[in-house]
Design a protein around this ligand. Structure first.
Ligand SMILES: Cc1ncc(COP(=O)(O)O)c(C=O)c1O
Length: 460
């Protein structure tokens, strides 16, 4: 089909993140200008079920008039105020109180940014700042994990553990190290139980700390469920085994709740679902159900005291963005959280989860699927060439991307991470919509079976 006028203009003007820019010149964009509920509409009027909640973020779906009104009202009242030099506004005070109240870790203060990447940048910067204040200038290394996703700024991309985020960007920077990826299906050894695997992962972490020198290790960062690395569940007992090691070596534990926060795993925070006890969390995405770019990190009392000391010494806290605590973002976040509480959205997500997980797990019976994994309203399937041996498809066959394209044709938007296909619908999804979504996935898998035969894609 010839490209539309807008598609041609897109190709000539727009850089698309996480897109094969060369291929984009041939296939052009999918232009989505409208959304209602959990559905999006393209420029030709075709309807899509948004099976990824945008980028794991549109928890309440599209076209929520109450939130739009809260934003409009804030814009009319005062379109901008900032938080520099001690300036404040009611919205940021109320939102900070609310976040302290619902945070799954002891929070003394809240600091705002505008993206998850910035949130994790701040975590890294403040860990360094704290350890300088504590007279431990050598304690600076941040431990992340292979296949983690923490963002794309220079610091947060370094924390991310995916090769395509590092290669030729000259990353990671120094003081970032990665420990093993805790994906049991892929990295468990023959005969190893999930719990033994978790112990081995914990041992890998301790070995890394000892190799690097515990006196140089400052923080460990982890997503409760690894999202953009492939929706990877922590193996049984993983965080229970990790946490004493962090305590033993005085290592700050940061939970990246950018995807898991606000109901995704069936509780307000993934930290609760996974039994984690972090010192601090990073929030973003569903904090405003993606009606405004915002992130926030919790500041524990020890860190706050260190920041006070530095402020006394240096005369100021030398950090902040123009849009830290933007009044429109604060109004939207407050309204979003009000709706989460008033309409019992977390309870709804928890109630929908068994059906979602049942339909997801059923996909594991399909000959294309090696593993189906998930919790709450998040999940993924991993496509394999050989189920028995777990052999992956030749990456050149692009099985994951092929499946996503087929699902898009069927009217379902999801994302692939290599050959894993992720599902993360808005939390407001209903029983019928869950069935509609997985009916399309099953159809897509059958089409993939036909594709694999036709393309001889299973050949070793
Ligand atoms: C767990 C996690 N952390 C951080 C980020 C980065 O957030 P942003 O894209 O808003 O910078 C993401 C983005 O998907 C994420 O999934």
């Amino acid at each position: 089909m010839p490209l539309s006028n807008m598609a041609v203009r897109d190709i000539e003007t727009v850089i698309h993140p996480y897109t094969n820019l060369a291929r984009h010149r041939e296939v052009g964009p999918l232009i989505l200008n409208e959304g209602r509920g959990i559905y999006l509409y393209d420029d030709k009027g075709k309807r899509y079920l948004e099976g990824m909640a945008g980028l794991w973020c549109t928890a309440l779906g599209y076209g929520n008039v109450e939130i739009a009104e809260a934003g409009a009202e804030a814009l009319r009242k005062v379109s901008f105020t900032h938080a520099f030099g001690g300036k404040s506004h009611d919205g940021v005070i109320e939102l900070s109180e609310k976040l302290k109240e619902i945070a799954p870790c002891p929070a003394s203060k809240i600091l705002f940014g505008t993206s998850g990447s910035e949130g994790n940048d701040m975590q890294m910067k403040l860990t360094w700042y704290m350890n300088n204040a504590r007279g431990k200038p050598e304690k600076k290394k941040i431990i992340s994990r292979v296949r983690a996703y923490h963002g794309v700024t220079i610091a947060s991309a370094s924390l991310t553990g995916l090769p395509w985020v590092h290669t030729d960007f000259d990353l990671p920077i120094k003081n970032v190290v990665h420990t093993s990826c805790p994906h049991f299906y892929r990295f468990g050894k023959d005969g190893e139980t999930e719990e033994h695997f978790a112990s081995r992962m914990a041992q890998d972490l301790e070995d890394l700390i000892l190799r690097e020198g515990p006196e140089t290790c400052a923080a460990f960062i982890a997503e409760p469920v690894m999202g953009a690395g492939g929706v990877i569940m922590p193996p049984k007992g993983y965080f229970e085994k990790i946490q004493p090691i962090l305590e033993k070596y005085d290592i700050r534990f940061i939970a990246d709740e950018v995807i898991c926060g606000f109901g995704r795993t069936g509780n307000w925070f993934g930290t609760t679902t996974m039994g984690m006890k972090p010192h601090s969390i990073t929030m973003a995405k569903a904090i405003t159900t993606a009606y405004f770019p915002m992130s926030a990190i919790t500041i524990e009392e020890d860190l706050y005291q260190a920041m006070l000391d530095e402020s006394r010494k240096l005369g100021t806290f030398g950090h902040g963005y123009t849009y830290t605590a933007h009044p429109v973002g604060c109004a939207i976040a407050l309204k979003t959280i009000e709706i989460y509480q008033r309409d019992k959205i977390m309870e709804h997500a928890a109630k929908m989860s068994p059906l979602f997980q049942m339909r997801l797990n059923k996909l594991a019976d399909h000959p294309m699927v090696g593993e189906a994994r998930g919790v709450g309203l998040i999940g993924a399937i991993e496509l394999v060439a050989d189920k028995a041996t777990k052999r992956s498809f030749d990456p050149k066959k692009m099985a994951g991307a092929t499946m996503v394209n087929k699902l898009q044709d069927l009217g379902l938007i999801v994302r692939n991470i290599q050959d894993s296909v992720a599902f993360c619908p808005p939390l407001v999804i209903t029983t019928d919509e869950i069935h509609e979504m997985f009916d399309m996935v099953e159809k897509g898998l059958d089409e993939m079976e036909a594709w694999a035969s036709k393309e001889n894609a299973r050949a070793a």
